[in-house]
Design a protein. Structure first.
Length: 501
């Protein structure tokens, strides 16, 4: 007989005096935690199935529920924590690779939390953003260093293709299939209202969303799902995904159970077949190969759209980015190792890659040293959690930032980290119609617009405090940053001074 050595992580606590036995929790929990004991007339819970998504807690009309972390404990030691012991039991039982979703919960240092922002005092006075204009618009793409004139000496006012954003914040790649139709609809509508961009991820573009094309970045990943000439022409930019921060060096896998209906049509693969993206692009083994793909995509879209190359933040990222800049890419997207994912092997997510702060500073510096910084723009992503992170990322050298987990939180995600199971109770990471319809796209887009609007106000306040009135003047302005509690090596890589200097 197989012994169950795993204990529930969470415990469902029901206040029996408050509970009216309305059974809403039973209907709301797709994990089957709650059930009515008809004979006894009481509600029961199976805590082993609870992923702590808080759906039942938020919807219980009597306020009778709470989820607590179980106080069951292992005999732990410095090396053998309860989590490690549980994972070994799980693998001994299943023989399989452990899968996880969202960003790594491991407590690696967050450099953003060890960086402080400057403010003007006495000289170089601060600017009041309520009374004076602040420029939050940015353009992403190549910035030529020379002016061109025609034969009669007139200026040629043409630039390579650019993405123009009213705020330096874009919604990062999340594929239709890993997230629901309604989640994509909310992101597309919010991007349009905000004057920014959302990203299809590697799942193709649903026909209903072609109308948002001018605010869409279409992605070309190693699986090439849903890629055809119309798709490439539909977006405002094309992103070649080489790597992803949460799972550098490996491909993707969307289980056949999620390849249903529109998802299968949009990806152009049969229903029920697993969507497996290979680890490498099978036609890219060098920067020259990458250049061929960059120029094939430019050729296919009449050189009208910027091409982004997305890479994961890994050990030698600065040299890789230098190669990418020379491949002809217009924009480099850098994805740090704390970035989210719909599904990734746990060991990869928690152990591979480097923090975005270090990668971003190293890449910006390398491109400056090589005199090619204006050949590409940089979008930084992978754990941008607040307006302060945006300001710090831009001062470290980013032109703009990608957000994804923060956007999903705005849509109602409670970071239960079980997206890979396809039973998202908040209608986000699911293709089950009865769950997907729980997310109202109109409400979702309003919450996304609210979030980015709030961050924009905060960015303006921080910029004003520094006496800076334009994002362009903040980009790479590391004098505005100071480190706290860092080694001199860390400060040197970030290119910032220590607080007090
Ligand atoms: S939703 Fe609340 S009140 Fe209704 S059965 Fe569940 S615990 Fe009881
Ligand atoms: S999985 Fe979510 S909805 Fe189900 S019991 Fe746990 S917190 Fe409630
Ligand atoms: S998207 Fe849904 S399943 Fe994924 S972490 Fe958020 S609430 Fe959980």
């Amino acid at each position: 007989m197989m012994l169950n050595m795993l204990q529930p992580e969470y415990e469902v606590v029901r206040d029996k005096d408050r509970c009216t036995r309305c059974r809403i929790c039973e209907r709301q929990c797709a994990n089957g935690v709650h059930r009515m004991d008809e004979a006894g007339g009481v509600m029961l819970s199976d805590s082993t199935k609870c992923v702590c998504c808080h759906r039942c807690v938020c919807l219980c009309p009597a306020g009778a529920l709470k989820i607590v972390k179980t106080d069951h404990t292992f005999r732990e030691s410095g090396s053998w924590k309860g989590q490690t012991i549980s994972e070994i039991y799980r693998q001994a039982e299943s023989g399989g690779v452990l899968l996880s979703s969202m960003g790594s919960p491991k407590e690696y240092p967050s450099y953003f939390d060890r960086i402080l922002i400057n403010a003007s005092q006495v000289t170089n006075p601060s600017i009041d953003p309520l009374r004076e204009p602040m420029e939050t618009r940015v353009s992403l793409g190549k910035k030529p260093q020379t002016l061109r004139r025609d034969r009669s000496g007139r200026l040629v006012p043409s630039l390579p293709p650019q993405l123009r954003l009213s705020v330096p914040i874009l919604f990062s790649a999340m594929s239709y299939g890993s997230i629901s139709y309604n989640a994509h609809a909310a992101l597309a509508q919010a991007a349009e209202r905000l004057g920014t961009y959302y990203n299809t991820g590697e799942g193709g573009l649903h026909e209903d969303f072609y109308k948002y094309g001018k605010n869409t970045i279409v992605q070309v990943a190693s699986g090439r799902f849903g890629v055809h000439p119309g798709y490439l022409r539909a977006g405002a930019a094309i992103e070649i995904k080489i790597g992803q921060g949460a799972k550098p060096g490996i491909g993707g896998h969307l289980p056949g159970g999620k390849i249903v209906g529109d998802v299968s049509r949009t990806r152009m693969i049969p229903e029920g077949s697993d969507a497996i993206s290979p680890a490498p692009h099978h036609d890219i083994y060098s920067i020259e190969d990458l250049r061929q793909l960059v120029y094939s995509l430019k050729e296919a879209t009449a050189y009208e759209k910027p091409v982004i190359v997305k890479i994961a933040a890994v050990h030698n990222v600065a040299a890789i980015a230098s190669g990418v800049a020379r491949s002809g890419a217009d924009i480099i997207a850098l994805d740090g190792f704390r970035g989210g994912t719909g599904a990734a092997p746990t060991r990869i997510r928690d152990n591979v890659g480097i923090p975005i702060e270090l990668a971003l500073a190293a890449v910006d510096q390398r491109l400056r040293d090589e005199g090619i910084r204006d050949e590409v723009s940089i979008i930084a992503g992978g754990s941008i959690r607040s307006a302060a992170d945006v300001v710090k990322a831009i001062a470290l050298g980013a032109d703009g930032v990608y957000i994804a987990t923060a956007a999903l939180l705005a849509l109602g995600c409670h970071l239960c980290r079980s997206c890979q199971q396809g039973r998202c109770n908040w209608g986000i990471a699911t293709q089950r119609p009865e769950l997907a319809r729980r997310l109202d796209p109109a409400l979702g887009q309003q919450r996304l617009v609210n979030l980015v609007t709030a961050w924009t106000h905060e960015i303006e306040e921080m910029m004003g405090g520094m006496g800076i009135n334009a994002i362009e003047a903040l980009r790479g302005n590391r004098l505005m940053l100071r480190g706290i509690g860092m080694t001199s090596r860390e400060l040197a890589i970030l290119g910032i001074k220590h607080a007090g200097e």
